[in-house]
Design a protein around this ligand. Structure first.
Ligand code: HEM
Length: 158
């Protein structure tokens, strides 16, 4: 029988945080994610955007995910409020960069001991802010917005 994501309870209270194994599980996930960002040739387009030393980047992402998944709001406690599209809006993040980020995250998620239903849920949820970032960057002019028109090759943009 196929598990429906709607039946899992993820997204309610701290269920997702618990499903991720709390801050310990998220720290492992984020360490694996940044390992792939750091080493995969396909991720080199985003690796160059991060600082050489990834220690703080790792901590910030793990802290953010903690609150985002219904657990303690560690990012807010340590660094204050954050808008995910806003903090990325000065960066050049188009479809390729978004997909490289999601590719590393998928490889990292696949390696964790999470329930399969939670892996699917988490990757679906992460697509939402990742795509929102891409849209915000496109609107801010970091990328040619016309690249993302649904009917490429249609009428020319005037
Ligand atoms: C769409 C592809 C994405 C790319 C290419 C990207 C890239 C980056 C880069 C280069 C930084 C700056 C790192 C630094 O200077 O320390 C950053 C920071 C951050 N990113 Fe992303 N990111 C993406 C998506 C996401 C998503 C989907 C999330 C959340 C679910 C996220 C959460 C964060 C957080 C929490 C920070 C730290 C912000 C701070 O400086 O306090 N990112 N990201």
């Amino acid at each position: 029988m196929t598990i429906s994501i709607n039946d899992t309870g993820y997204g309610i209270e701290d269920n997702s945080y618990k499903a991720a194994g709390g801050i310990e599980g998220l720290t492992k996930l984020v360490d694996t994610f940044y390992h792939y960002v750091d080493t995969l040739p396909d991720a080199s387009i985003i690796r160059v955007m991060y600082p050489k030393d990834l220690t703080i980047s790792k901590q910030k992402l793990a802290y953010f995910l903690s609150g985002w998944l219904g657990g303690p709001r560690l990012y807010k406690e340590h660094y204050g409020s954050i808008s995910i599209p806003g903090i990325h809006s000065h960066m050049k993040i188009g479809t390729q960069e978004r997909d490289a980020w999601l590719f590393c995250m998928k490889k990292a998620v696949d390696e964790q001991t999470f329930a399969d239903s939670f892996k699917t849920y988490l990757l679906e949820q992460l697509f939402i802010p990742a795509e929102r970032i891409r849209q915000t960057c496109a609107l801010r002019g970091s990328e040619d917005v016309s690249d993302h028109r649904p009917h490429k090759g249609g009428d020319p943009v005037i």
